[in-house]
Design a protein around this ligand. Structure first.
Ligand SMILES: Nc1ncnc2c1ncn2[C@@H]1O[C@H](COP(=O)(O)OP(=O)(O)OP(=O)(O)O)[C@@H](O)[C@H]1O
Length: 251
């Protein structure tokens, strides 16, 4: 059992562009060793909140801390909506560079072997020498996820990480994600429009409301064993939780 008491705290974060309030007094305490999904209607501010946590967007009102440190001192791994791959880096280079930067040192040969295994598991072995323009959307997304795991950061932030995958590949990637996640159990926050995915993968679903963007509800996972995706996908708990969430989002 993974034991940790570090947490990410979003303290009274608000964000306004011109006269539009995009985030309105967001308060969240998120614990290490857990996966959180962020759902809500379009325009609720999910991406904005994720990017403020990641430090991509400046926090102009309120504070975001991890283990009581400001986020600029914390290394996070972000899977952005556009995958964030550099056009001049091959798949291999992208994953290895991500891992080196987050560790702030050269990789050991054991770490390189582990990363190679991860890349193979992600179905990318035959694409190692390819550049982003030579990859499909789904392949790019898998590179971004592999780079995230290879980084071994304490915090993973993912914006619709499985959205470009077809249904079958998506189910495989979700299972692979949960299996890989078990090894280090980073505090993970992911945005999704897929309510089923939000319930299946997360320990807690965070529902946002729009105009202005705010936290509406937090709903714990109904599953005792999240790893058993096949069983959970067919369960009554999934059906009931998805129905309840749908009402919450539409209300
Ligand atoms: N830099 C910006 N300038 C002006 N408006 C912005 C800016 N960034 C975000 N917004 C607005 O903030 C609101 C929230 O956007 P955001 O992308 O965070 O929402 P979202 O919940 O992720 O939406 P979606 O589900 O459609 O991806 C939207 O109304 C958007 O138009």
């Amino acid at each position: 059992m993974f034991i940790s008491n570090r947490s990410l705290e979003v303290q009274n974060v608000s964000y306004q562009v011109e006269n539009q309030i995009i985030l309105n007094q967001i308060n969240l305490k998120l614990d290490e060793g857990k996966i959180y999904s962020l759902i809500g209607p379009s325009g609720a501010g999910k991406t904005t909140l994720l990017e403020q946590i990641a430090g991509v967007q400046k926090v102009t009102s309120g504070a975001i801390l991890f283990d009581q440190m400001p986020m600029k001192e914390v290394i996070v791994s972000l899977v952005p909506q556009d995958y964030g791959l550099l056009p001049w880096q091959t798949v291999e280079k992208a994953v290895l560079t991500g891992a080196t930067i987050s560790r702030k040192r050269a990789l050991t040969s054991a770490e390189k072997t582990e990363i190679k295994y991860l890349v193979e598991e992600m179905g990318l072995a035959s694409h190692l020498k390819k550049y982003p323009k030579q990859l499909s959307g789904g392949q790019k997304q898998r590179v971004a996820i592999a780079r995230c795991f290879a980084s071994q950061s304490a915090i993973f932030l993912m914006d619709e990480p499985f959205s470009a995958l077809d249904a079958f590949t998506r189910e495989k990637a979700q299972q692979l994600f949960l299996n890989c996640w078990q090894a280090s159990q980073p505090l993970t926050v992911f945005v999704t429009h897929d309510i089923e995915e939000a319930v299946l993968l997360a320990d807690e679903v965070i529902v946002m409301a729009a105009n202005p963007g705010q936290i509406k509800k937090r709903i714990p996972s109904p599953f005792s064993n999240k790893l058993d995706l096949i069983k959970n996908r067919q369960s009554l708990q999934l059906f009931e939780t998805v129905q309840a969430l749908r009402k919450e989002i539409e209300a």
